[in-house]
Design a protein. Structure first.
Length: 322
């Protein structure tokens, strides 16, 4: 983040967290900003293939709690090295808790349940619709950020690409797979809300936000994990353990840090555009790690999705859509 931070991780620039801040004034965006966006897409695209590997022998609640606590411990060690302490005020932890609930705990509980019934590649595609919901919420409700014609076109193209990849088979009947896919799609609305609410956390160091949020999420789910799953009775495979650790460090820890950095530098809509980038990366990882098949309509869908990425990330502030 461009602001300097105190030992508690709070920026020296005052911010009104009680109200939704407007689009950050970042000036001209450089290739480094978009490199950060691509790095975020790479971190988060690995989430669903890794989760699929872990969920074979680790139940959803225990899996989410474990990966959150692993990520929090990793980030806490970095904060300790940097000499930064977590804030102790109630206001900060209320913000961390709210952000964690809507950005991770609730949607990932839904998605990890869904992944027991659908391929990882389908989950990657469905979760990439977050930018569409963020666009609708931003344009119709919060209006805190310009919604241009190009971004509207990008949202439409991204949706078309998603439909092309998933196919029309889901419309032929209601099954456990279709219910799981719908649940995943609904979870993305929570992700979209989190990208908007996350702007209220711009006064804190991104690593502090990520650490506090993950620590809260992991501790909240720890009691249910101990009661329901009784982790000491589980027999996870080596592959599942490695997947959980890698997901905690790469997808959760590094991913969340990059997420908050991108929010501050690029704004809500452009940050959400990385959801489209996750499609080809995530589908590729699903094929490589899980041996999942690639549907015939994948090529068309990827072309549409890439067009959507370009439309949503090219600055065109003069073409405001009302």
């Amino acid at each position: 983040m461009p602001q300097s931070t105190s030992p508690t991780g709070r920026s020296t620039a005052a911010s009104a967290a009680a109200q939704l801040p407007s689009m950050p004034s970042t000036g001209a965006r450089s290739w480094r900003d978009y490199a950060l966006l691509f790095a975020l897409a790479c971190c988060w695209s690995s989430t669903y293939p890794l989760a699929k590997l872990a969920l074979d022998t680790i139940p959803p609640v225990t899996f989410i709690s474990a990966r959150s606590l692993i990520a929090a411990a990793f980030l806490f060690a970095i904060l300790w090295i940097r000499g930064i302490k977590l804030p102790t005020d109630v206001k900060a932890w209320k913000l961390f808790a709210t952000q964690q609930l809507i950005n991770s705990t609730f949607p990932f509980l839904v998605i990890t349940w869904s992944q027991q019934y659908v391929p990882a590649s389908n989950t990657v595609v469905l979760a990439s619709t977050t930018p569409i919901f963020a666009f609708l919420i931003t344009s119709l409700i919060t209006r805190h950020e310009p919604a241009t014609l190009l971004k509207l076109a990008g949202a439409i193209l991204g949706l078309a690409g998603t439909i092309a990849i998933v196919g029309l088979d889901a419309l032929r009947g209601l099954s456990s797979e279709i219910v799981a896919e719908i649940a995943t799609l609904l979870a993305t609305i929570s992700f979209a809300c989190a990208t908007i609410f996350g702007l209220r956390l711009s006064e804190y160091d991104p690593m502090v936000v990520a650490t506090g949020s993950l620590l809260f999420g992991g501790l909240v789910l720890l009691p249910p994990s101990l009661i329901i799953d009784q982790p000491w009775t589980l027999h996870p495979t080596f592959e599942a353990i490695v997947a959980t650790i890698v997901m905690g460090i790469v997808s959760s820890a590094l991913g969340l840090m990059l997420f908050y950095v991108c929010l501050g530098r690029l704004g809500t809509l452009t940050t959400n555009a990385q959801g489209y980038l996750r499609i080809p990366i995530g589908v590729g990882l699903s094929v490589l790690l899980l041996g999942e098949s690639v549907p015939a309509n994948l090529a068309l869908g990827l072309l549409l999705v890439m067009a959507g990425v370009a439309a949503m990330t090219v600055p065109a502030e003069r073409l405001k859509w009302r």
